[in-house]
Write a protein that binds this ligand. Structure first.
Ligand code: GLN
Length: 202
């Protein structure tokens, strides 16, 4: 079974470890370069992207992770993890170190005060069994995607209707929301499946 790391510098690491184990993967927390080198895939959890970004530098993981992503490491980021995987981050107060796992521009804390945190059911491309319950917590959205990035889900209704909240490019996937907190394993399973049946990076 695939060994899947969860970047364990900050954020909801435990929830992802549980979800991955429930999908039949071998989950391991990743804090060091040697641990990163040993995984078949990596989850970047929800949390605080600025903090995780700084800790990536402190732990000397930023360059190694960039290199592994460039070499095709399968990865999945939820919320803060999505921000970290972007090629560009929109946030006026912030100079973030983008990992460029997906060719996309992401806006941090995009939903604004009214819908700062909310839940909705949304259709998720490639998932059978009905809509996914999506939990958004001070979430980002994807403002722009490059060629070869698939849009997997958008907000169905309300003030943010049509905003992109799940994407995939090759083996790298990201969601604005947190499937790790709902007990619905389908998104994690989709990611684990990419390690069993790899997709070409476009
Ligand atoms: N607002 C957080 C950030 O910008 C993300 C929140 C989350 O991961 N739930 O990093």
């Amino acid at each position: 079974k695939p060994t899947i790391g969860v970047l364990a510098l900050q954020g909801d690491v435990r929830e992802h470890l549980h979800a991955l184990a429930a999908c039949g993967a071998e989950p391991v927390p990743v804090r060091r370069e040697s641990e990163l080198a040993a995984v078949d895939g990596l989850v970047l959890p929800g949390g605080e992207s600025t903090a995780i970004s700084k800790l990536l530098e402190v732990f000397d993981l930023l360059e190694p992770l960039r290199l592994r992503l460039r070499d095709g490491l399968p990865a999945y980021g939820s919320c803060a993890g999505m921000i970290l995987l972007a090629s560009e981050v929109l946030d006026t107060r912030l100079d973030m170190r983008a990992l460029s796992g997906i060719d996309m521009t992401v806006r941090r804390n995009a939903f604004g005060r009214q819908v700062d945190s909310f839940e909705t059911d949304l259709d998720f491309a490639g998932l059978d069994g009905g809509p996914v319950r999506a939990v958004f917590i001070r979430a980002p959205w994807v403002e722009q995607v490059g060629d070869g990035v698939e849009v997997l889900a958008t907000v169905p209704s309300g003030p943010a209707a049509g905003r992109i909240v799940a994407v995939r490019q090759g083996n790298v996937m990201a969601t604005s929301f947190h499937p790790e907190v709902t007990g619905d394993l389908r998104v994690h399973r989709l990611f684990v499946d990419t390690m069993v049946r790899p997709r070409a990076r476009v």
